[in-house]
Design a protein around this ligand. Structure first.
Ligand SMILES: CC(C)(COP(=O)(O)OP(=O)(O)OC[C@H]1O[C@@H](n2cnc3c(N)ncnc32)[C@H](O)[C@@H]1OP(=O)(O)O)[C@@H](O)C(=O)NCCC(=O)NCCS
Length: 137
C-alpha cells in the first residue's frame, strides 16, 4: 500500500465516488473543488486508487474533513484508519498555529462510530445544535 499526499486526481476522485455509490461529479466541478483542497491523502495498491480523504477550510480557524472513501473491496482493512490518521496529524499541525481551530466533519448516517475512533463527537455531545444544510425550494 502506498500513501501519497495532495494528489487530487479528478478521475481517481470520481472513480471512488462511483465505487462507494455516491455518484461522480462533473469533471470540471470536481476539478475546481479539488484545487481548493487544503490537504489530501490518496492510498494506492498496485498503482490503483483504493482510498482518499481531504481537508478543506480556511487554513487557520475552520477546517472540514470530507470525502473519506475506501474502495468497496478494501473496506474493513484499515485503509480508512490510515487516511484519518494522516488527516488528523495534519490538523494537529494546523492547530499549532491556532489551537482554537474548529474541526468539523459531516458523517453520513451510521458512520459516527468510525469517526469516534479519531476523537470526533456528535454536535449534540458538544452541546451544539444539530447543524443545518441549505435546501433550495
Ligand atoms: C467508512 C469508511 C471510510 C471506513 O473505512 P474502512 O477502511 O472501511 O474502515 P477501517 O477498516 O479503517 O475501520 C476502522 C474502524 O472503524 C470501524 N468502522 C468502519 N466502518 C464503520 C461503519 N460504517 N460503522 C461503524 N464502524 C465502522 C471498523 O469496525 C474499525 O473498528 P475497529 O478499529 O474496532 O476494528 C469506508 O467503509 C467507506 O469508504 N465507506 C463508504 C463511504 C463512506 O461512507 N464514507 C464516510 C462518509 S461520512
Amino acid at each position: 500500500m502506498i500513501v501519497k499526499e495532495n494528489i487530487n486526481n479528478v478521475c481517481e476522485f470520481n472513480f471512488l465516488y462511483d465505487n462507494v455509490e455516491w455518484g461522480s461529479y462533473d469533471k470540471e466541478v470536481a476539478s475546481i473543488a479539488l484545487k481548493n483542497t487544503l490537504y489530501s491523502v490518496s492510498v494506492y495498491e498496485d498503482n490503483q486508487i483504493i482510498g482518499y480523504g481531504r481537508i478543506i477550510g480556511d487554513g487557520a480557524i475552520f477546517f472540514y474533513i470530507h470525502d473519506i472513501m475506501v474502495r468497496k473491496d478494501y473496506q474493513g482493512k484499515k485503509v480508512g484508519t490510515i487516511i484519518m490518521n494522516k488527516l488528523v496529524d495534519k490538523i494537529k499541525e494546523y492547530k499549532k498555529i491556532n489551537n482554537g481551530a474548529r474541526i468539523y466533519l459531516g458523517a453520513s448516517k451510521n458512520k459516527e462510530k468510525f469517526y469516534e475512533k479519531f476523537g470526533f463527537i456528535t454536535r449534540e455531545e458538544a452541546n451544539l445544535g444539530p447543524g443545518m444544510i441549505y435546501q433550495e425550494k
